[in-house]
Design a protein around this ligand. Structure first.
Ligand code: ZN
Length: 133
């Protein structure tokens, strides 16, 4: 497995529109697109910063995993994503090493990426996403 870059940092927000007032208005970090990931019941906004991105996540339903996260912990950093060059190979290797995975197989993420999450119990408390694009 080869990690190539910190792909993005996912931040759970109640409202993308509200969060953009800070990110765009105050910081000048501009949003380049918003996409809905129906499977995850979230709307995501991308704010590139050089080679990486801030990903704002707004739940679209009360039973969305991100809604539950906000309910429990409040708004804030939700996950960290690392880009890998071969996600299938990475997952195979992690499985063989006994690493606890949330996704045994890649699934579709925002921006056309293939993604898989590792369990926080295996990563020192971080919800870690591997991303291939
Ligand atoms: Zn993500």
């Amino acid at each position: 497995m080869r990690a190539t870059v910190v792909d993005h940092v996912g931040i759970a927000v109640k409202s993308i529109e509200g969060a953009l007032k800070f990110w765009e208005g105050t910081l000048g970090v501009m949003c380049t697109g918003v996409e809905e990931v129906a499977e995850q019941k979230v709307k995501t906004a991308f704010l590139p910063i050089k080679d990486t991105e801030i990903e704002l996540l707004e739940p679209t339903a009360d039973d969305s995993p991100v809604a539950k996260f906000i309910e429990k912990k409040g708004e804030g950093i939700h996950h960290l994503a690392i880009r890998v060059d071969d996600l299938d190979k990475a997952l195979e290797k992690l499985k063989a090493q006994g690493v606890r995975l949330i996704d045994e197989k890649p699934r579709k993420g925002a921006g056309g990426a293939r993604i898989a999450f590792l369990h926080p119990a295996a990563t020192g408390g971080i919800l870690l996403e591997l991303s291939e694009r």
